[in-house]
Design a protein around this ligand. Structure first.
Ligand SMILES: C[S@@+](CC[C@H](N)C(=O)[O-])C[C@H]1O[C@@H](n2cnc3c(N)ncnc32)[C@H](O)[C@@H]1O
Length: 260
């Protein structure tokens, strides 16, 4: 019996498997995180242009819709908001626009210095703050934020459950979280979309960015990402309540919501 258990342990069968992004060539979560950071750093100079071209500008509508969803929190005086995996800052800008003159304290966090540098340049003259940090080890006290958002970033984490636990940790009581990410639409739309996403998008992405890896990784990472029901289950297991998923644009993207 002892031999069997130690053998299982050696094979990592007794421990819960880590589920997260797995870029090509990465063999463990540390390697995955390194590869993801490198990938985004390599496309940072062209990231915004590519985003808008590849999504035909629909990405702006998705950020705006997500921000609108949390209008009530953004209206609270002194609200503290964190945009995780903020990249070049567009989700944070949408939150700020939604808040209008109320100006809650919005902080964007990302582990790619190059992406943050662009966010910084784009936000000159605003009170937005940018922090270089890993989403799995945030440099913030427990319960600091009333709202945590993440747009198209969460899917890239090397360990989704650890990511959800870290979001919960930094959320205050009744705090809310909104994770916006790609989905996989069904039916005919799904079929057409998959042709675009898997064949056309990587070619355009590679052409404009001059880097081939990231735009092959994108469809692969969406395929690997848990389906909405599984993701909601993970959110419940992490400790979120009132979890929900709202499809955007026929399910091409969607917003996961959860309350602490
Ligand atoms: C697809 S971009 C999204 C950027 C932005 N939120 C947007 O909507 O355009 C994903 C971002 O997640 C960041 N990221 C991925 N894993 C991360 C981690 N573990 N910690 C912090 N940032 C991470 C990447 O550096 C990248 O900037």
């Amino acid at each position: 019996m002892y031999v069997l258990l130690s053998e299982l342990r050696r094979m990592n069968v007794t421990e819960k498997a880590v589920v997260g992004a797995q870029p090509e060539g990465a063999s463990d979560p540390q390697g995955a995180a390194r590869a993801v950071r490198q990938m985004f750093t390599s496309i940072a100079p062209r990231y915004d242009l590519l985003n808008h071209v590849l999504s035909l500008n629909v990405d702006r509508l998705w950020w705006r819709r997500t921000a609108r969803t949390f209008a009530a929190i953004l209206r609270r005086p002194g609200a503290q908001v964190l945009d995780l995996c903020c990249g070049t800052g567009d989700m944070a800008f949408a939150l700020r626009k939604q808040a209008g003159k109320l100006s809650p304290a919005i902080t964007g966090a990302d582990f790619s210095h190059a992406m943050l540098q662009r966010a910084h340049e784009k936000s000159a003259g605003t009170e937005l703050r940018w922090v270089e940090a890993d989403a799995l080890r945030l440099p913030f006290a427990d319960g600091r934020f009333q709202l945590v958002t993440s747009a198209f970033g969460f899917r890239n984490l090397a360990d989704y459950d650890a990511g959800l636990r870290e979001i919960l940790r930094v959320l205050g009581r009744d705090g809310e979280c909104g994770i916006l990410d790609f989905g996989e639409p069904g039916g005919l739309v799904g079929k057409l979309y998959r042709v675009y996403f898997k064949r056309v998008l990587p070619k355009i992405g590679t052409l404009i960015s001059g880097v081939s890896g990231p735009y092959a990784y994108l469809p692969a990472s969406v395929e690997r990402f848990p389906a909405p029901q599984q993701m909601l289950e993970r959110m419940r297991a992490a400790g979120f309540r009132e979890v929900s998923w709202t499809p955007y644009t026929l399910g091409i993207a969607g917003l996961y919501r959860g309350k602490k």
